[in-house]
Design a protein around this ligand. Sequence first.
Ligand code: KG4
Ligand code: ZN
Length: 349
Amino acid sequence: MTDFLVLGMESSCDETGVALVRAGQGVPQLLADALHSQVAMHADYGGVVPELASRDHIRRVIPLANQVLAQAGQDLSAIDLVAYTRGPGLAGALLVGAGVACALAAALGKPVLGMHHLEGHLLSPFLSADPPAFPFVALLVSGGHTQLMRVDAVGQYRLLGETIDDAAGEAFDKSAKLLGLGYPGGPALARLAESGDASAFKLPRPLLHSGNLDFSFAGLKTAVLTQVQKLGPSTGEQARADLAASTQAAIVEVLVKKALAALQATGLKRLVVAGGVGANRHLRASLDAAARARGWRVHYPEMRLCTDNGAMIALAAAMRLQAGLAVPQRDYAFDVRPRWPLDQLERSH
Ligand code: KG4
Ligand code: ZN
């Protein structure tokens, strides 16, 4: 396959990401990427406001695309394919990316490809200095998803287990809110936890011994609420840090135990961790230690590519094309899929 350039656009939630990837032989190469995070804009509301997110994506996406092309020393005519996030995510935010990608591709006379956001996360470690090899177990831990998948090749994803209620990222975010921390809660809670004692509070480890690979985090949030109420409004900084550390420890212990159980059950020796919670240092250290003790390997995306970005969308599109799995479109008709299970990708793509 001769070299081709993919422009990727991500706009499923509160980050606008654009990236340019060169693909052809082997692992695609990231030429340039740019990101605008809407975190500051949504912070006043304590969470993402969908309508504001859509409007901001409209403002940012073209300037970011220009920035990426300038960084890579390329112009629009060099693009061979435009890829965008088709789902899952916020409908309005997805429509912005889809609309802009299709309009741009139509203007350039180039094909377009709608991508699955979680497939982007899942493949993102291939852009790291230590890329994985197939097959592997993937622990997908984002704001909306907590899933263990068996990954045999690009496009071959089998669900092994998932959360029956809140996602791990949600547990971080909701607990952080209860602790009076800002949005997004995960990084803020992790920061506060650094000065806390993780054994100070006994918090539940839901489904830890369930014997399957499913998760549940809703009960943990309730337990954190109970502790916050017990401590009262004048809680000292140390008690808050202790509760943050205990919460983080509970979430991480469950994630590590289930990820190891998935490796055991599949007989695989490689784990890939992807999605925003994969940026958590305590999770990384715990997984690394547990895997090292068993001679297993853990692969992560680069820290900055753990959360949403355009690079993972361009990469996933390039890898799908290289694998002969994708049929780029030239009719420029688009729809988005706000809800779209990853293991249904093959059937519905
Ligand atoms: O993958 P992502 O950027 O967006 C979705 O696709 O959902 O993940 C966002 C989630 C949020 O819940 C955020 O709080 C969490 O990832 N997160 C973290 C950390 N960084 C981001 N959670 C714990 N520790 C972190 N360092
Ligand atoms: Zn994401």
